[in-house]
Write a protein that binds this ligand. Structure first.
Ligand code: NDP
Length: 258
């Protein structure tokens, strides 16, 4: 019997763009993929943070370049950033980790039009524009894998986050609709839906009474760590997921089960 070799978790040598790589989950995705031998482009608005991460990755023997990118800057600027990305990766982008995102936390009755626009422009329109610009290149280079970072709040809800919940529900459905259209070009489109993952931004919230109440809804009764997403990340970035497209992989410790 021959050993199957196609469906492995290998990402060595793959050209991977990560948006929102300057901190939090995106920076962890970068560390993990670099440690597994991928060639990275790190994108976000805060270039000094990207450069610090690039230096850290290179010092550990990995490969990373940086590109300044604001996902709310419109199609022309995003196309230019994607062209720069492709050039830095030697012509092809094999994988996109479409991660840049924001959350505005306010009661529904106090939300402004600007709050709505900022959230949806970043999380949904921004994800669309980046994915489309990358997909156009993947069509030319023979395919690839697009991984949208959604959220359990694309299906579950939480107070004070109406624009966020709506935008992430949009990301889930966009993932499936894109997968349908792009399969013929050998482009797979999947999403990771993280539950509550501890990052610098939210750590103090989970010490509050409201945070503790939310934790009681998680079957495993704990927050995730950024590294808990690594399995799904390597799965969807590699040929291990060759027969997966349109899937939303939830990594949430059993949120909503308890
Ligand atoms: P952070 O706030 O720590 O990081 C967000 C990243 O997105 C930053 O690198 C930021 O970079 C970037 N970003 C924000 N706006 C823009 C923009 N306009 N253009 C380009 N980059 C932008 O958040 P997390 O790491 O926690 O979240 C990352 C993703 O994971 C988001 O999509 C979030 O919704 C999702 N998620 C997070 C969960 C969690 O528990 N942490 C749970 C579920 C989903 P810069 O400011 O330099 O531009």
């Amino acid at each position: 019997m021959t050993t199957p070799t196609r469906n492995t978790f290998d990402v060595a040598g793959r050209g991977i763009l990560i948006t929102g790589a300057s901190q939090g989950l995106g920076a962890n995705f970068a560390r993990t993929l670099a440690a597994h031998g991928a060639k990275l482009v790190l994108a976000a608005r805060q270039v000094s943070k990207l450069e610090a991460l690039q230096a850290e990755i290179e010092a550990a023997g990995g490969s990373a370049a940086t590109v300044a990118m604001d996902v709310t800057s419109g199609a022309a600027a995003i196309d230019a950033a994607i062209a720069e990305t492709a050039e830095k990766l030697g012509g092809r982008i094999d994988v996109l980790i479409n991660n840049a995102g924001i959350a505005v936390s306010k009661p529904f009755l106090k939300l402004t039009e600007e709050d709505w626009d900022a959230t949806v422009d970043t999380n949904l329109k921004g994800a669309f524009l980046v994915a489309q610009a990358v997909a156009k290149r993947m069509v030319e280079t023979g395919g690839g894998s697009i991984v949208n970072i959604a959220s359990v709040l694309g299906t579950e809800v939480m107070g004070n986050l109406v624009p966020y919940c709506a935008s992430k529900a949009g990301v889930n459905h966009m993932t499936r609709a894109m997968a349908l259209e792009l399969a013929r070009y050998n482009i797979r489109v999947n999403a990771i839906a993280p539950g509550y993952i501890e990052t610098d931004i939210n750590a103090s919230f989970f010490e509050t009474e409201g945070g503790q109440k939310l934790l009681r809804k998680v079957a495993q009764r704990k927050l995730g760590a950024a590294v808990d997403l690594d399995g799904a990340l390597l799965l969807l970035s590699s040929d291990a997921s060759a027969f997966m497209t349109g899937s939303v992989v939830t990594v949430d410790g059993g949120f909503g089960l308890a």
